[in-house]
Design a protein around this ligand. Structure first.
Ligand code: ADP
Ligand code: MG
Length: 642
């Protein structure tokens, strides 16, 4: 295979001179026509692995990705490199999608980004055979797995694409969060012709992972932030606390700001850029802060409380130290966290009856009669919905998530759709119209001067900037656009910012709405499983943090030497080998039994002075407990039960 050609493409478009680890192998694998699952941590450079081979081949690469904002961002980046790319998502009207698909078929486009729920629409299915597809890339492929933390039923429909396109076209699945179970699931659900996984190590050698058991988190935080330099992120689970902590930090003379999804987009953008540029040192954020962060010099990521899974923790903490320099990933853990998790777990799984209530309320709110609504897209504001029906916010949100998991509806994140204009008449007809209707002449000229491409496609416009350029009021601009639209000269879609709900099925009667209890319990079990793994991480005091994280992703590794556990063990002056042997024996002896310290030490087949060190260390770290009679026993973390 000629890898030089791929390197040239990399340099020509992106200006990079060499590939990152594994990029070349993945490119060669798909170029060889093989279905491929690529596992790389966030920031590993996954996009290049489908973009480069697609540019080398004839035809168009279809990219499936769940977030509309992400999709738009990638299309914008490609366009800025003079690569023709298009997006199709639920925020677009049928007419727009129609035109976009036509342009893809006839217009020499190289990339078509599409949200998964659009794949099963008739419009797309009718056209897809006429697209000369060279590769199907499935980004964030873990969304296909019920085992993953971010399952999206619409991802299950991706495999159906195989029936619509020639057999030889390879699928490339990409993700940063694959446990062995998820990886297997991805290949199965995407109907891989044969198993084929390429993965880089997920190890992050420069990150020092730590868990801090503290009761007064605020005091710990202000103290610590005085001692660690540089910029960082503090992840918090609630929006309200996000703001409170940022204010607490500001009051303590730290440069800090907060960020969450409840803030208007322009403010979010501003806060993010201020942090990226370094004018804000610390950003206190919910997990909404993440997409498109391209900041290398992040010295710490602190979790005020733990997320629901190791996948999420690893991804969020992995934003530290992209520059390869020393960085910290610290999880704070206090005695009340467990209860908090338990109560949030309850809210995550509302009773089935409540879920059905929310479904009915949603259908009424959207005015969908029983038996209709299939494949329809609605604007949706959860805030308006809950206030109209007087529903509890968190429970309602979680009920909606459940309906999504069951595949009845699909929600998008809030998207910012600008206004769009498309001329429906040709240039000649337009000219005749201008001559006959002088009142519109100036305005049409303004439009044509300001934007290009409006004769072939919908083009994003901005009423405010048209108003500024023309000296008209914004309202006058709007009226011109509406009038031209009603005269069938243009099609005008006013901009809006909204989240969408897509009905994937028609509205069902209450009794026909199946939330199968097996499924419900299964989802809950999986959630609890992930949560327990996360808790194990927080409570483990004997295993290297990095080793534990990597083990979760099915990767073998050595002790990192720099996490809190390793550091404390380094001080014990025992080899890892000795420590582990003693640990294993002690655990075996104390499981189901309890002994006094001296008796325990005598039972272990290693030098007593070494055994004593380990036992003391295990006591210090809460792994073994001493009862009132001075007997030692192994302390198992009491896991959540159903
Ligand atoms: P991922 O999807 O794996 O999180 P991205 O595809 O978004 O990663 O890439 C992360 C960053 O790495 C981007 O800024 C990208 O431009 C950069 N990058 C990708 N490939 C290379 C390369 N070969 N050399 C240098 N930088 C690269
Ligand atoms: Mg990516």
């Amino acid at each position: 295979m000629n890898t030089e050609a791929y390197r040239q493409i990399l340099t020509r478009y992106w200006g990079f001179t060499s590939f990152k680890p594994l990029q070349e192998e993945i490119i060669l694998s798909v170029a060889g026509g093989r279905d491929t699952l690529a596992l790389m941590p966030t920031g590993g450079g996954k996009s290049i692995t489908f973009q480069v081979p697609a540019l080398h081949m004839e035809g168009i690469c279809v990219v499936i990705t769940p977030l509309i904002a992400l999709m738009k961002d990638q299309v914008r980046r490609l366009n800025s490199l003079e690569i023709k790319a298009m997006a199709i998502h639920s925020g677009m009207s049928g007419e727009e999608i129609d035109i976009a698909l036509d342009n893809c078929i006839y217009g020499d486009y190289k990339f078509l980004y599409i949200s998964p729920e659009r794949i099963s629409t008739r419009l797309f299915q009718e056209r897809v055979s006429r697209l000369n597809i060279n590769l199907v890339a499935v980004d964030e492929a873990h969304c296909i797995s019920q085992w993953g933390y971010d399952f999206r039923p619409s991802y299950l429909k991706i495999a159906a694409l195989r029936q619509l396109i020639p057999d030889r076209i390879p699928f490339l699945a990409l993700t940063a969060t694959a446990t062995p179970a998820v990886a297997g699931d991805i290949m199965e659900k995407l109907e891989f012709r044969e198993k084929n996984i390429l993965r880089t190590s997920f190890g992050r050698k420069n990150i020092s992972y730590m868990v801090k058991r503290v009761e007064d988190k605020a005091a710990w935080l202000t103290n610590t932030l005085r001692n660690i330099g540089g910029s960082g992120i503090i992840y918090v689970r609630s929006r309200r606390r996000c703001k409170e902590i940022a204010e607490m930090l500001t009051a303590n003379k730290f440069s800090a700001d907060f960020y969450h999804a409840g803030l208007p987009q322009d403010i979010r953008d501003r806060k993010q850029s201020a942090w990226t540029a370094g004018s804000t040192r610390i950003i206190v954020a919910t997990n909404a802060f993440g997409m498109g962060i391209d900041k290398a010099e992040v010295r710490f990521v602190i979790h005020w409380e733990m997320p629901d899974s190791i996948e999420e923790y690893f991804q969020e903490s992995g934003r530290a130290g992209r520059d390869g320099k020393k960085a910290f990933a610290i999880l704070l853990y206090s005695s009340s966290d467990r209860q908090q998790l338990e109560s949030s777990l309850k809210k995550k799984f509302p009773p089935v009856g409540k879920i059905k209530d929310v479904y009915e309320a949603l259908c009424n709110y959207l005015q969908i009669p029983v038996g209709s609504g299939k494949n329809t897209v609605f604007d949706f504001s959860i805030r308006d919905f809950v206030s109209k029906y007087r529903l509890p916010v968190i429970e309602t949100f979680n009920s909606l998530s459940f309906l999504q998991r069951e595949g009845y509806v699909e929600f998008t994140e809030e998207i910012n759709n600008p206004s769009r204009v498309h001329f429906v008449v040709g240039r000649d007809d337009l000219y005749r119209f201008q001559v006959a209707n002088e009142a519109f002449d100036d305005f049409i000229k303004l439009l044509l001067r300001s934007y290009t491409g409006m004769f072939t496609e919908f083009v994003a416009i901005d009423e405010d900037s048209l108003a500024r350029r023309s000296g008209l009021s914004r309202d006058a601009v709007y009226r011109f656009l509406v009038k031209l639209s009603s005269l069938n000269i243009i099609r005008y879609i006013p901009g809006k910012k909204t989240a969408l709900v897509i009905f994937t099925e028609e509205r069902l009667e209450r009794k026909a709405l199946v939330i199968s209890s097996d499924n419900y319990l299964d989802v809950k079990d999986k959630h609890v499983f992930r949560l327990n793994k996360m808790i194990d991480y927080a409570e483990s005091a004997t295993r290297c943090r990095s080793e534990l994280l990597l083990d979760y992703f099915g990767e073998e590794s050595d002790r990192c030497g720099i996490c809190d556990v390793c550091r404390e063990r380094n001080e014990l002056d025992l080899s890892k080998y000795e420590f582990d042997i003693i640990l294993d024996e002690v655990k075996k002896i104390l499981t189901g039994n309890s002994y006094e310290a001296a008796e325990l030490v005598s039972k272990v087949s290693l030098p007593p002075e070494k055994v004593i060190k380990v036992v003391r260390w295990l006591l210090d770290h809460n792994k073994i407990v001493r009862d009132d009679n001075n007997l030692l026993s192994w302390r198992e973390p009491d896991l959540f039960s159903r």
